[in-house]
Design a protein around this ligand. Sequence first.
Ligand code: HEM
Length: 499
Amino acid sequence: MSPLLLLLLGLLSVLLCVLRRRNRRDGEPPLIKGWIPYIGKALEFRKDAHQFLEEHKKKYGDVFTVQIAGKYMTFIMDPLMYPNIIKQGRQLDFHEFSNTVAPFTFGYPIITSSEFPGLKEAINRSFQLLQGENLTALTESMMGNLMVVFRQDHLGTRPGENEGWRSGSMFNFCYSVMFEATFLTMYGRPQSAHRHSGMGMLKEDFLRFDTMFPLLIAQIPIWLLGQTITIRQRLIEFFLPHQMSYWSHTSQFIRTRAELFEQYDTLRDGDKAAHHFAILWASVGNTAPATFWAMYHLVSHPEALEVVRQEIQNVLILGGDNFRSDTDVTFSRDQLDKLPYLESAINESLRLSSASTNIRVAQEDFSLRLHAEGSVAVRKGDIIALYPQSMHLDPEIYEEPQTFRFDRFMQDGKEKTDFYKGGQRLRYYLMPFGSGSTMCPGRYFAINEIKQFLCLLLLYFDLELEEGQTRATVDNSRAGLGVLLPATDIRFRYRLRNV
Ligand code: HEM
């Protein structure tokens, strides 16, 4: 379709929306439309979603509908109501994102059951290969790959220079290591080398694509986004089947998906590659910034860092391992499960940095039950949205919510799971990975790989923030879509510990 025709179609749909402006009906939540037709409150929401929702909650209560970029989104703000939304089945569909938005963003065709019979179901089944027994193999592979990247890029000694101190940009440091080690773990390595050439370029392209990600998710046509179409094409081409066939040590998860795609003549090589690229985004896009935040908070709280480092050392000693900085170290899946303070610190940084929206789409007009006494009317096509960041930053649930407390999720030496609102215990209190049937299938792997990264970092290095910097703050441009990036990078110093 020509760009001009697309533009005309876009204008036509805006015009239709203006003509069909909606009014609130009996039983429906308060309706906030804003004064700009179609766009509604999109700009205010995008600027600072958390503040926007808090202000509207004060004014309209726990449930209200907002027009955002042509869609009507009903926000449920009270976390005590979350279980009712999460368990809703028939009338609420969870797969809006994977069915329509993801193909548009990553550049593969929409998976219809007539053109690709059984593909959707098989893709969903493949997600199990990120969990259960397969998690052990993934975790072991990640350990080896992290060690390779750390050893070759950061563990060489530099005697005499600044007493061994080097400086770096923390976000760039985390992103480079996690991007490459995760890539190697998922997709494998060249048959004759431990690392791919061109990883630096691939990472740069990935980050440039990531900057445009919120606009693609908002369904802005890619041809309006400058270089993005070329960058996405380069990223996709990295995964063309003839290239991947030369890689070894590929994870079971990716191998199974590659074999699955081969069964469909209706998928072109570029489509298969685009599916693999989408998984690269899913596996790195949130994990790398989450790793940054965990590292940042620990390095800026030296007393917390010491407790966590001691816990890591104890696990190694218990396993009969005497750590020495000139040898490689391994953590098994079992050992990673025995690091509650580290896990609490990671959860605390996810609480402070994650901002995903949980979305369900109403399949018919119906009455949505919210609690024992109340329900609201919902129209077919409306989006029901949970915004867990509001819960994560609620002072009634988390005292001093903006403060990093590394042991917030610990009680009597074990994981703390009781958090309260209005005197009632919350079933859901930490939701960086979504909820219900679309909950992130990579969540156990993500936590394990962040733990592994931090274990190596804390064991091998002394770490300090460079002086004269302001605190790291979040960049809200990805609000609603996952873990937020820092607004600016942070300078730090690191040197090999003498152990
Ligand atoms: C800190 C890291 C991560 C965070 C915060 C995160 C968060 C999320 C969220 C919020 C969703 C959407 C859930 C929903 O729709 O309600 C999701 C989906 C997904 N995530 Fe993650 N994720 C992380 C890491 C990973 C990793 C490491 C992998 C794979 C190795 C992964 C694979 C996926 C996949 C495949 C989906 C789509 C599932 C579907 O379509 O049903 N994620 N993730």
